[in-house]
Design a protein around this ligand. Structure first.
Ligand SMILES: C[S@@+](CC[C@H](N)C(=O)[O-])C[C@H]1O[C@@H](n2cnc3c(N)ncnc32)[C@H](O)[C@@H]1O
Length: 223
């Protein structure tokens, strides 16, 4: 499969979408300090990332919302990985990380998961880690990954979600507007339900913590 980088790197459609432009502006602002801010959380997440990538089947893999490239070290060597992100600053850091790890930095593109300018059914697996908390229209983004994964291919997500307990869930709802402004992430997303609403078939959901906040979600396209 030959990716057309000229198309993927051209001005994406989201430019007129206010919410998407705002998301990009937030991550652009944070991009140079993002890894430092996430340092403590990353100590917890790293084993989860490692676990997720053990389930990834190639050879053609799309990583959505690659961010600063924290997953690059786990990319299987026998897979052809394409990675996208909405935010140029995040992508620049991911490209450098890929280069340092001898992966093809040219396979990382600026693109919006809500409007992927890619043919249908071209990937064996689509992966995203901590992305659908920040995509403005997560259901549209999830529909798009369902379109580009081949029938029978897999979708593997590592996400934090709204905790389904009365007091703490309500507290997350109250704090969400402030936290999204500061970090770009909605802490009260119901991503498992969103996967279902996007028309994807959920195979299983694995809770990674006692509160049910961090989850590995395995799904596939119904097409
Ligand atoms: C919380 S960061 C996670 C980054 C990385 N996946 C990780 O695990 O560290 C969310 C990332 O999703 C990207 N993102 C948000 N909305 C997006 C969209 N519509 N399309 C593609 N990427 C998006 C942001 O630019 C940001 O890099």
């Amino acid at each position: 499969m030959k990716m057309n980088s000229a198309i993927l790197d051209s001005t994406p459609k989201y430019i007129n979408d206010q919410a998407t432009a705002l998301t990009r502006a937030r991550y652009q602002r944070l991009s140079t300090i993002y890894d430092g801010l996430e340092w403590l959380m990353e100590r917890r997440s790293r084993p989860w990332r490692e676990k997720l990538w053990q389930f990834v089947c190639g050879p053609r893999v799309l990583e959505v919302g690659v961010g600063t490239g924290k997953n690059v070290e786990f990319w299987p060597l026998n897979c052809k990985i394409t990675a996208i992100d909405l935010t140029p600053g995040m992508l620049d850091i991911a490209r450098q990380r890929a280069k340092n790890l001898n992966r093809h930095e040219d396979d990382l593109f600026l693109a919006d998961v809500q409007h992927l300018e890619l043919p249908s059914a071209i990937f064996d697996t689509v992966v995203a880690t901590f992305v659908f908390c920040s995509v403005p229209d997560p259901i549209q983004g999830l529909r798009e990954i369902g379109r580009v994964v081949r029938p029978g291919g897999q979708i593997v997500l590592l996400e934090h979600v709204r905790i389904d307990r009365p007091v703490i869930g309500t507290l997350m709802d109250v704090l969400a507007p402030l936290i999204v402004r500061l970090s770009g992430a909605n802490i009260n997303r119901r991503t498992v339900e969103n996967v279902h609403m996007a028309g994807l078939q959920i195979e299983r959901v694995e809770d990674l913590d006692d509160m049910g906040m961090f989850k590995l979600i395995f799904a596939h396209s119904m097409a």
